[in-house]
Write a protein that binds this ligand. Structure first.
Ligand SMILES: [Zn+2]
Length: 114
């Protein structure tokens, strides 16, 4: 089940931004851009556009003093899977998540639903 969770998280991060709450979306962006050097002007601009001010980044840092990145992703993915199950591209045969939101073949059981 562990591998599937990894795929599910990837899928949600890539294709389910519209199912995230504003806060979840901001946190995902924060986690993504946190790794970049702060003096990179492009990253600075992107962060500014996303509303990631230094104050907000500080507040988000505080969240991760009590919870790991993995825990955050896990909670968010579980919530989205629960609330938007019918909107996800799941294999009709084994119910695992497809590679993309438009894929019609399962990477786990090879079922094809073209
Ligand atoms: Zn399948």
């Amino acid at each position: 089940m562990h591998d599937q969770n990894k795929y599910l998280t990837k899928y949600v991060l890539r294709y389910c931004r519209n199912f995230m709450t504003d806060e979840e979306r901001l946190i995902c962006d924060y986690l993504l851009y946190k790794e970049y050097p702060t003096n990179n002007y492009k990253v600075k601009f992107i962060k500014y556009k996303l509303g990631l001010t230094p104050k907000i980044e500080e507040a988000l840092d505080a969240i991760f003093e009590t919870k790991t990145k993995e825990e955050f992703y896990k909670e968010m993915v579980e919530r989205i899977v629960k609330n938007h199950n019918s909107d996800l591209n799941l294999c009709p045969k084994c119910n695992e998540v497809a590679r993309t939101d438009t894929a019609k073949q399962c990477r786990f059981c090879s079922h094809d639903w073209h």
